[in-house]
Design a binder for this molecule. Sequence first.
Ligand SMILES: *Cc1c(COP(=O)(O)O)cnc(C)c1O
Length: 402
Amino acid sequence: MHPAATRSSQATIEQFGKYVIPNYKRYPVCIVHGEGTAVWDAEGKRYLDLFPGWGCNILGHCPPKVVKAVQKQIEHLIHVPNTWYTEAQGDFAEAICTRSFGKAFFANSGAEANEGAIKLARLHCGPQKFRAITFTNGFHGRTFAAVTATAQPKYHEGLGPLVPGFRYAPYNDLEAVRQLVDDETCAILLEPVQGEGGVNIADESFLKGLRQLCDERGMLLIFDEVQTGIGRTGQWFGYQHSGVQPDIITLAKGLAAGVACGAFVCRDHIAPSLRPGMHASTFGGNPLAMAAGIATIQTIEEDGLLDNCRRMADRFRQHFTKLREELPIIKDLRIRGMMIGVDLAIPATPAVAKCMERGVLINATHDTVVRLLPPLNITAEQVDEGCSVIATVLREMANEAG
Ligand SMILES: *Cc1c(COP(=O)(O)O)cnc(C)c1O
């Protein structure tokens, strides 16, 4: 048993059976402790975590500077409503906006950030312009507008009627977007790299074309950077790879290294459209999340983690490129920073349990894609360890597939 555990994994699993709504598919393991790129279960087994917190733990588990910042903050203030000013919220807003643009609003999750951005776009463009165009295989969250924006039928089943005013276009298809835009369209919303949809990277010409279209038609260009933001791709924000300036970016996941925090950032001239009274979030911008967020940005900067992210991306690429030459079941390799997709010719889901048995945590998405979201501070040794296990598992799967 791990010293942080008070009972077996099995005992906790039985408790969940009685008291927790069973809407998540969970692996039969109770995690009790994490440190950097490793976690331990109640039985004391160690796992290399190449998918920490679904991308939220962008610095791995319990990064020391974030832990200290939260400890220090919690002695003074846990929560203060937005009827007051706090130093922490000002400092975090400054840290984000000086690395991107404009002004920030704080929420608690990715879905909430997107809801706010959609409201802001409608408010800014006036009552005649309310439609948003979003993209097939995108993912924007589970609240009603966010799930409507998520153009994947499997997430809509049984939920109707959805929120009116959304149209869907194929990703990277500028002409299709042009066809869908009308005088009632206020926004185009997309991920610069689709995460859940299988690590699909937007073409630069596509993003430039969307920018131009938005300028011509008076629409806002919104990038959902919930997954690509805050260093994940090797730049502070995903849009910075393209030279395309969006009007709004939405953030969450890694924003405060695993403490719940969401935000959106908009260009200065748009900010006044979010009039007082039109939008709010009770927990948004709370001092704990802000302190964690400031420490996250400091850690990335002081430890040179954007650079490490790019170097480790090259290392993953080398490993998987070699493996692809060996294994024809690997169809495609899509990597941007610490967003890694290995697209297979066979279902990817069995790889997750097989890697877990061998002590490595990964994810499978969009049926055939092995997905990794390693922390920005992963080491070369950990990359090698993880890739070696994944290679063993994919070889085994290739053999089984014949
Ligand atoms: C995870 C994710 C969301 C939803 O975030 P929640 O915090 O779960 O609401 C939205 N957009 C993208 C791109 C995501 O990856």
